[in-house]
Design a protein around this ligand. Structure first.
Ligand code: ZN
Length: 240
């Protein structure tokens, strides 16, 4: 090998090295971008798969409609996900699955309701014919009173408050629940028609539905309940 040949070889090596060196950053860039994209896609699909909801532990004085509102999830969706037949039947300490929620949120708790006097609620229908009273009936607990009235008779709100449930619910048929925001709620069942929707504010005596016989019912009547906290109480103790 002559000196010229050796120099040529060295130059060629340098050139190769140079080419290799200038090529490397682009290659690294492309590779890292590809890895990053794959990682990003992976983490996105992972997120969807890993966060379909959260578990919320029920504390004393927390109501389902309040929990649903805080999480921004439809109460009926939570009921379906947890196979709840009655939105009033929550146990303290129970874990509720909240679909689509990303984090456990703080839900305000209501203090034990004060005791309301007789006459605090108005009669929900213009009828006083009670065919079934509050209490045990054929070995089963009847949580309200059945007031007989013709189909279509107006059903009114027993006190002002917010409609927290309006829809069909098992044996209740067309059901309305009003939260009176003092720890009490009232329940109106078997309606032929509900005239209010969830979130509506209603005044005492305002028309909310029509008497019917939907759900588990043998004839047109209103099944009316008063709930103190989660506990059903005798409505006659609060009606005039
Ligand atoms: Zn009843």
């Amino acid at each position: 090998m002559t000196i010229v040949d050796a120099q040529k070889k060295m130059n060629h090596k340098r050139l190769l090295n140079k080419k290799f060196c200038t090529f490397m950053p682009q290659c690294l860039c492309a590779c890292s971008l590809a890895i990053f994209l794959v990682f990003l896609m992976g983490s996105c699909t992972l997120k969807v798969a890993e966060a379909p909801g959260v578990y919320h532990q029920v504390k004393k004085g927390q109501y389902l409609w309040r929990i649903a509102k805080i999480y921004g999830v439809d109460m009926k969706v939570i009921m379906r996900a947890n196979r709840l037949s009655d939105p009033n039947k929550l146990r303290v300490g129970q874990y509720l699955f909240i679909p689509k929620a990303k984090a456990v949120l703080t839900v305000e708790t209501h203090k034990s309701p004060i005791s309301l006097k007789k006459g605090s609620f108005t009669w929900p229908v213009d009828s006083r014919r009670i065919t079934s009273h509050y209490g045990t009936r054929k070995g089963r607990q009847h949580k309200g009173i059945d007031i007989v009235a013709p189909t279509g008779t107006r059903v009114v709100a027993a006190a002002s408050g917010m409609v927290v449930y309006s829809g069909v619910l098992g044996g209740y048929g067309n059901l309305i629940i009003i939260d009176h925001e003092n720890g009490y709620s009232t329940v109106y069942a078997h309606n032929s028609k509900n005239l209010v929707k969830e979130g509506d504010r209603v005044k005492r005596g305002q028309r909310i539905g029509q008497v019917g016989s939907t759900g588990r019912s043998t004839g047109p009547h209103l099944h009316f309940e008063v709930r103190k906290g989660h506990q059903a109480v005798n409505p006659l103790g609060y009606l005039p």
